[in-house]
Design a protein around this ligand. Sequence first.
Ligand code: AMP
Ligand code: ZN
Length: 118
Amino acid sequence: MMDCLFCKIIDGEIPSTKVYEDEYVYSFKDIAPIAPVHYLIIPKAHIASANDITEENSSLVAKVFEAAAKIAKAEGIESYRIINNCGDDAGQTVKHMHFHMLAGVKMGWGPESLGKTE
Ligand code: AMP
Ligand code: ZN
């Protein structure tokens, strides 16, 4: 198996708290939540980052957003933010493309919401 944390989570080799699963995507609770609701939604296929989206695999991104809408409906979440960190400066620490689904708090929007480190 590929040495990828999220591939191992999909495979059940590393435990996770599942939120949603279908043929194409898997969603689970982030282990270090930064909002009352903080889920990760990932394609089951290993795609390293958003930079690796192609004509062949881009439909999986739509599947991620389909899953988000289903999760939101199922959990009565009316408002949420979806974030993808692509690359080191953006804060991507796990090199299996994932989308953060954040909710349950009134969120700011502006330069300060970037959480700049320098
Ligand atoms: P990013 O910084 O965008 O690459 O996001 C990676 C996210 O994965 C972080 O929010 C981590 O808290 C989360 N994470 C790392 N390991 C685990 C794990 N074993 N289970 C759930 N979430 C994890
Ligand atoms: Zn992977």
